[in-house]
Design a protein around this ligand. Sequence first.
Ligand code: 11C
Length: 340
Amino acid sequence: MGYRVVVAGATGNVGREMLNILAERQFPVDEIAVLASRRSQGTEVSFGDRTLKIQDIEQFDFTGWDMALFAIGSDATKKYAPVAAKSGCVVIDNSSLYRYDPEIPLIVPEVNPEAITEYSNKNIIANPNCSTAQMVVALKPLHDRARIKRVVVSTYQSVSGSGKDGMDELWNQTKGMYVPGQEVAPDKFQKQIAFNVIPQIDVFMEDGSTKEEWKMVAETKKIVDASIKVTATCVRVPVFVGHSEAINIEFEDFLDEDEARDILREAPGIMVVDKREPGGYTTPVECVGDFATFISRIRQDGTIENGLNIWCVSDNLRKGAALNAVQIAELLGNRVLKKG
Ligand code: 11C
């Protein structure tokens, strides 16, 4: 026996990846419903070798469905997640709406799977921000060995993090650079993204940081350990898919770079590619479509007492969103609902 599964936001970047990954990982699905707003009615999406018709989320009755993977943004989530949860359908939500609610678990299965039991507080589980998810997968095994005091992270985030419109803007703006009269002005992004980098993701906070930077701090504390200090600079780069991060870590105890490499090699969800030769590291185009978080450039930072630098790359639509949501669904199935 399998599960009755709903994917809400099934026409978007993340929703489509959720369907692909449910099929790829052979999640035990008895029945599946794909939802979106009324304007997507008539649209069809693929699930394995099947084609599914989009249903109107407004009209959908969640009663009798086991779990719903939501990728519909905070405003729509606010409206529909409580409806689904009250009907007994467990919501796994990719938006930021519930992440910081102390009653709602925020889960990366490789890091804090034990938090799954808190799902029953509100029948809702939150999925983290993409840049946080890949970073905490790398931090957790190192923290368990040498206790992390402080993290300084700089991100290089692809445009798919901002949705299909962001991808279209990079594509059209890049083409437009070569065709007189077809230049494309910034719209989704604050400045030109083609052949440029933009040190702003999401809105500014009062202290001068951006919301994306704030999320990395708050979410790392909630998922890994509240005692870890994090400071982040988040930057949008002209890459379609795959977020990269340069992470500097300060530990309480000394951790040798070779031991760190061995620990990361053994850690769940991680692939170490770290040859000290030209090209002996992973770049975002190489991680697209993969499940792993790739770690390279592991090296001691001799400027502080117990310091380490790593380079961390992952498919932001997968580990950063859809894959993590499906892993949460697997955890919920295996540890709690136990039907599959
Ligand atoms: C980006 N990290 O790259 C964002 C996208 O809180 O789930 C995901 C926003 C979120 O633009």
